[in-house]
Design a protein around this ligand. Structure first.
Ligand code: ADP
Ligand code: MG
Length: 210
């Protein structure tokens, strides 16, 4: 296992943020996922709650952000607004020295405010599927520059009946994006989703400790 974040050859502002956050060494899932995402692989990540999955995808994805591009490059789908807010905060903290702009888009805050924010330069959008589709249909979000799509807590997405909405979102993002799917369990519908939309995905099952 990798002992320090330096070994991943990350850009300096990210390493600095990890130090400020007190992340001394990568968790098991992080040491497997960071190199896979850096190598542009589609990945399916199965590991339990609390194993550090947000940073596992956020670190390598932020490492690739093009700072001066106006349209969002990263889309993270989450099943609940609480999780969207949490992931938004985590990504903001990891990207703080990159001046990353990250917006949470969910049904419990003003649509118009979100639309206004999305008009400004935004690097990362963390969204629940329903409100995201509202923005897609209203043309208040531009997904043409998306290069990375993360589906967080995919099994919860399924349980809450959002799988068709996730599939709909997939029809609105560019074809050749890198996909990252996280799930605590791997039900058949999730396997089918990944078979349909991912290219030779790497399955990462981590040992879980932090
Ligand atoms: P998961 O998504 O797997 O449930 P999270 O990404 O929410 O887990 O992380 C759980 C907790 O572990 C968070 O409080 C996060 O800040 C912390 N954490 C993540 N990576 C590290 C690390 N390398 N070192 C120390 N703490 C970490
Ligand atoms: Mg998580």
């Amino acid at each position: 296992m990798v002992k320090s974040f330096e070994q991943f050859e990350l850009i300096e502002p990210l390493l600095k943020a990890l130090t400020v956050l007190g992340y001394e060494s990568p968790t098991d899932v992080q040491s497997l996922v960071i190199p896979a995402i850096k190598n542009n692989r589609d990945v399916i990540i199965k590991s339990k709650t609390g194993s550090g999955k947000t940073a596992a995808f956020a670190i390598p994805v932020l490492n690739k952000i093009i700072w001066d591009k106006k349209e969002p490059q990263v889309l993270v789908l989450t099943p609940t607004r609480e999780l969207a807010t949490q992931v938004r905060d985590d990504i903001f903290n990891i990207g703080r020295f990159l001046r990353i702009k990250v917006e949470a888009v969910h049904g419990k805050s003003s649509f118009d405010n979100q639309a206004k924010q999305l008009k400004q330069r935004t690097h990362v959008v963390v969204a629940t599927p329903g409100r995201l589709i509202d923005h897609i249909l209203s043309k208040t979000i531009d997904l043409t520059a998306i290069t990375h799509l993360v589906i967080d807590e995919a099994d919860e997405m399924l349980k809450m009946g959002f799988i068709d909405q996730v599939k709909e979102v997939l029809t609105h993002v560019p074809m050749n994006i890198q996909m990252i799917l996280l799930s605590a369990t791997m039900p058949q519908d999730i396997v089918e989703l990944s078979n349909l939309h991912m290219v030779n995905p790497q399955l990462i099952v981590a040992k879980d400790s932090i």
